[in-house]
Write a protein that binds this ligand. Sequence first.
Ligand SMILES: Cc1cc2nc3c(=O)[nH]c(=O)nc-3n(C[C@H](O)[C@H](O)[C@H](O)COP(=O)(O)OP(=O)(O)OC[C@H]3O[C@@H](n4cnc5c(N)ncnc54)[C@H](O)[C@@H]3O)c2cc1C
Length: 470
Amino acid sequence: MHYCNLAGPTIDWLVDELGLGITEAVFAPEHTLYSVPRTYKAGTIDGTSAVLVALLKKLETYDNITIHTTTQAIRLIQDELSGRIIGVMAVDGNGMLQEFYAEHGVILATGGFGNNPAMLEKYVAGSEDWLMIVAPGSTGDGHRMAREVGADLVNMEYVPTYNYGFERSNGQIQMVYVRSELFGGLYINSEGKRFVNELATQKSREHALRVQPGSVMFEVFDDAINQANNRSNINALIADGEIASANTIEELAVKIGLDPDVFAQTIETYNSYVDAGEDLDFGKTPLNVKIETAPFYAAKLRPLGLLTLGGVSIDLNGRVLDTNGSAIPGLFAAGEMLGGLHGTHISSGNGVTAPIVFGRLAGQQVVLTEKFGLRPETAATTDIVLTDGTFSGSAMSFGGEMKVEVTVEAGKITEITILSHQDTPAIASGALETMVGKILDANSINVDTVTGATITSKGLINAMQDALSN
Ligand SMILES: Cc1cc2nc3c(=O)[nH]c(=O)nc-3n(C[C@H](O)[C@H](O)[C@H](O)COP(=O)(O)OP(=O)(O)OC[C@H]3O[C@@H](n4cnc5c(N)ncnc54)[C@H](O)[C@@H]3O)c2cc1C
């Protein structure tokens, strides 16, 4: 519901703020058709998605945004005291380790995990028999990084597949929508038998293929069906010998490795169903086209995965949830790395819309998040002569004034008492305890601040400097 509510305003934003010339929803015939036109098409500019071009143009208008390409995030940096995510570690194009610190939070938008065979094997049963042509960057890095800081991963087994996975003889994997079933073509498994109503819903047909031996099917059609289908890409694949053809059913069976007797019996039985007007095996209707006109064709197909639907859960503000359902402070996520959004399947177009909607949401929400201290640093380098006595001092810290009392005995700082502060208790209490320990150990205020609590750390150091300088 939240997604639906945000989708409309996001389209408006694309049009009004980014200047995309899309104002009318259309039917998108390359997808399973919706009952009403509801697809907005932005098209491409010089071969690149117009949405991406517009977003990049917008980014260029900000002088405080740097895009690091060829830089791979490898780990989230988590403040050990508060658990807050405060940055990422990355490896740049020269193999150098880089650290990036965030003032407000980190947004993960690393896509899916369909290009990570180990993750597919772990989470998606049967996927070893499928063909995948996902985006190359879909390596599940974001899933792993989020998991490492306690994020819950949901619906990881949900990977929609389409019955269009085609492997050319040179090993190249292609998406080939043969479409013969609309004109009477049959789906035959590697045992030479039909396994589904070829005109059932797309989802039923896809699930039926997955459970066939080796997840293999042959889309079988004759010349009359091919003429009716009339697809130039299919004719090209036939001409190249990539789709098998033969003048008899038995010959075709031998070519594609099926038992000729079983296959011929399947076709004969099916043709008898057409004559009788009833498909006794799968109840297909309409049933009016026999497989009888040579040459006969068979396209070998397997499930094809384009994207994965499992990943992190987020709350309504785009914050990543841990296994207890609590938001991990400072961590947001968007895009294909979200789980729990689409279910087992995805309505066409939402693979693109959802990343834009939730990317925008995360961007809006992250800047509303309270600022956090930055990287650890040495906050003070002042040389202070330690004089015995008990002194009080104060300085501005994250939430306001911090007051301290310091005792020095025989030239050593022996006691530090935080009299008051107004910083966020969850972050400040651990940080102040750590800082006090560091200062006592060093007998100096020239110590590193606590990662993720820099402002609080500096507040204490400055308050001590104030006390000891008096
Ligand atoms: C062939 C194909 C056809 C599709 N057709 C449709 C369609 O018709 N309709 C539809 O709705 N959806 C479709 N999809 C799905 C849709 O394109 C994706 O779901 C969507 O683009 C995901 O967007 P994203 O921004 O989340 O991830 P991506 O677009 O994959 O972007 C993630 C980015 O993060 C980068 N990245 C990954 N790991 C790291 C790291 N560790 N450090 C730094 N960067 C990293 C990646 O390199 C990539 O640039 C299709 C997908 C494919 C592959």
